[in-house]
Design a protein around this ligand. Structure first.
Ligand SMILES: NC(=O)c1ccc[n+]([C@@H]2O[C@H](COP(=O)([O-])OP(=O)(O)OC[C@H]3O[C@@H](n4cnc5c(N)ncnc54)[C@H](OP(=O)(O)O)[C@@H]3O)[C@@H](O)[C@H]2O)c1
Length: 248
């Protein structure tokens, strides 16, 4: 069913590492034009160059998803370069876990800015183009933590629950425009995410869990591809996957 991926213009935020990078590689290999957003421009530029050299279509645009105008510029660059936007994967996120009583209020703010507002800015940038086209697909990345809450993960969990709530509202609202919406909720997938925890004890625990049970990031890429490759009338609204060994 690659024909449902080949030729599509797919914007991916947080494409400089982990899940976003894996999705970019997978989708470009299946013939999509990928538009890569992240703050680390060296990473996305070399990825775009590598994918282009391999015969794919890729564009890198420096993007901080906490800045609305930068997300708009990312999406507009996709439309200017490739004439349309078929999919946006709102993937950028961070997970600086810590118990609330450590009062890491700056990290709470950052998670709200990136994990929630970044997703909203992606929707705001893509939606008008998709409404005009009368087609499109908005994929928002939540987490198992968007379904379950654990001590030490309250704020991260809250942001990922928010992603699911706003995605479900979006799903209902965009029906008249023939736009599809998908929530993807991964479990423990190997990436640079554990590096975002600032407390050494928390970081060590997360790193150990990722080393013990993490599954490769192409698991995420295949989930994204599954949602995109369905026929236009099939709207895969939610995918939750975990390592087979993950308990929670
Ligand atoms: N890995 C897992 O186990 C797991 C499980 C559930 C959900 N998730 C979710 O999956 C998503 C991707 O995370 P990952 O695991 O791939 O972690 P990662 O390797 O740390 O990648 C995070 C990506 O987000 C980008 N990012 C962070 N802040 C950003 C900002 N302000 N503006 C633009 N991009 C920003 C980073 O790029 P720059 O730093 O270059 O900007 C990077 O490309 C996140 O939403 C995460 O919550 C991951």
């Amino acid at each position: 069913m690659s024909e449902h991926i080949a030729g599509k213009v797919i914007v991916i935020t947080g494409a400089s590492s982990g899940l976003g990078e894996a999705a970019a590689r997978h989708l470009a290999a299946r013939g999509a034009a990928v538009v890569l957003g992240a703050r680390r421009t060296d990473r996305i530029e070399s990825l775009a160059a590598e994918l282009s050299k391999a015969g794919g279509k890729a564009l890198a645009v420096e993007t901080d998803v906490a800045r609305r105008e930068q997300v708009q510029r990312l999406v507009d660059a996709a439309v200017e370069t490739y004439d349309r936007i078929d999919v946006i994967v709102n993937n950028a996120g961070l997970m600086p876990l810590s118990p609330l009583d450590r009062l890491k209020v700056d990290e709470w703010d950052r998670m709200i800015d990136v994990n929630i507002k970044g997703v909203l800015y992606g929707i705001a940038a893509a939606l008008p183009h998709m409404q005009r086209q009368r087609s499109g697909h908005i994929i928002n990345v939540s987490s198992v933590a968007g379904h379950k809450v654990r001590a030490g993960g309250s704020v991260y969990s809250a942001t990922k629950h928010a992603v699911r709530a706003l995605s479900e509202g979006l799903r209902q609202e965009v029906k008249p425009y023939n736009i599809r919406t998908t929530i993807i909720s991964p479990g423990v997938v190997t990436s640079e995410l554990p590096n975002t925890a600032s407390d050494p004890d928390v970081a060590a625990n997360i790193r150990k869990m990722y080393e013990d049970i993490g599954i490769p990031a192409d698991s995420f890429a295949r989930a994204v591809a599954f949602a995109i490759e369905q026929p236009d009338e099939v709207d895969v609204n939610e995918i939750l996957f975990r390592p087979t060994r993950q308990e929670f």
